[in-house]
Design a protein around this ligand. Structure first.
Ligand code: SAM
Length: 331
């Protein structure tokens, strides 16, 4: 039975990462970044490993030609390897954005940006780069300058290798995104927000959405911070927890949104994607206020069916297209 290029590449990532993990005494996830970088440079870059392992790794690399693969094939293989690594090193807030969600966000970005030929795109919680590169892969004939930020050094390394393997030029910063950013205003923000408390109360005190008492919600501060760095009229696509509007801090968030942003859409992801109802998430679409912008007649409200139900997804896409025809000049 023949295997797909994605399966083949995953197997090479996996086999070589296992060898590097052992020889470098690092985690499997770190080894994935190492082997990905090797593949990109077409060389074994680690000089602390034995000659025999170098030979075995090279033999694996000879079995694949990345130039003959599409970006999506490469991304999916890399994603599978990272998923395997994340299973061993579970950190709920570091989870990669699932494929179906990334593809839907990508579709929405292309619909909202319409024919705009070039723009700047920021993901302030880029993680492994899976969401951002899925979005980039979904935009054709566009000149997109992208920027990614993450506080986690292993994840940003994975994002860096991910970008290289897919030949996307992404400017990356390894820092706390809630600190001052050296980023010029962008046209679009996409982000699967980290959910929970932000530990730095001093920094949080610089935000309107800081909590009155105790730690503030990181996801609220991320929304405010993104709003600072997006141009007037720019769009923001966030993956948010469904409970975001149900906490005692929600009225302040509502007020902030009302003063600065226009709600475009709220698409609830199928609950079957999450371990329990409490963990459910939605895609929240906003636009930064700008004089002359007319809010949609109706906010795009969607309860998404399971992504495996293609018939129901088709109906929803039809509904989304109709919403665009009625509420947006683009498309
Ligand atoms: N979209 C990403 C992907 O496809 O891999 C996953 C994003 S994950 C849900 C949230 C990310 O936020 C994690 O990578 C985490 O390290 C990052 N993060 C959490 N707090 C942060 C902070 N203060 N500044 C920057 N990044 C942060």
């Amino acid at each position: 039975m023949s295997i797909s290029p994605t399966e083949k590449l995953f197997s090479i990532f996996d086999q070589t990462a296992l060898m590097l993990e052992k020889e470098l005494s690092c985690s499997y996830l770190e080894a994935i970044a190492e082997t990905g970088e090797n593949l990109f440079h077409k060389a074994v870059l680690q000089d602390e490993i034995s000659e025999i392992t170098v030979k075995r790794i090279k033999k694996q690399y000879e079995q694949i030609n990345l130039d003959s693969m599409t970006n999506e094939e490469i991304r999916k293989a890399y994603q599978l390897a990272i998923l395997k690594g994340m299973k061993q090193q579970v950190q709920s807030n570091h989870q990669m954005t699932p494929d179906g969600v990334g593809m839907l966000v990508s579709y929405l970005v292309s619909k909202f940006m319409g024919a705009c030929p070039r723009y700047r795109l920021l993901d302030p919680a880029i993680g492994t780069g899976n969401l951002l590169t899925t979005v980039l892969n979904g935009q054709t004939n566009k000149e997109i300058e992208s920027i990614g930020i993450d506080i986690d050094d292993v994840l940003i390394k994975l994002a860096y290798v991910n970008a290289n393997l897919q030949k996307h030029s992404i400017e990356l910063f390894n820092q706390d995104s809630l600190e001052l950013l050296f980023v010029d205003p962008v046209d679009v923000v996409v982000s699967d927000l980290p959910v929970g408390y932000y530990p730095n109360d001093l920094r949080a005190s610089e935000f309107k959405l800081k909590a009155d008492e105790g730690h503030s919600f990181a996801h609220h501060l991320f929304i405010e911070q993104s709003c600072r760095y997006v141009k007037p009229g720019g769009y923001l696509f966030f993956i948010i927890p469904n409970h975001m509007f149900k906490t005692s801090e929600a009225p302040k968030l509502h007020q902030f949104i009302q003063n600065n942003l226009i709600i475009q859409g709220l698409l609830q992801l199928p609950l079957s994607m999450f371990t329990n109802e409490q963990a459910g998430k939605s895609i929240f679409i906003l636009q930064k206020n700008k004089e002359g912008i007319i809010p949609p007649k109706q906010v795009l409200l969607v309860d998404l069916p399971s992504f495996s139900n293609s018939k129901a997804i088709e109906t929803i896409l039809y509904k989304i297209n109709n919403w665009f025809k009625e509420n947006k000049q683009v498309n």
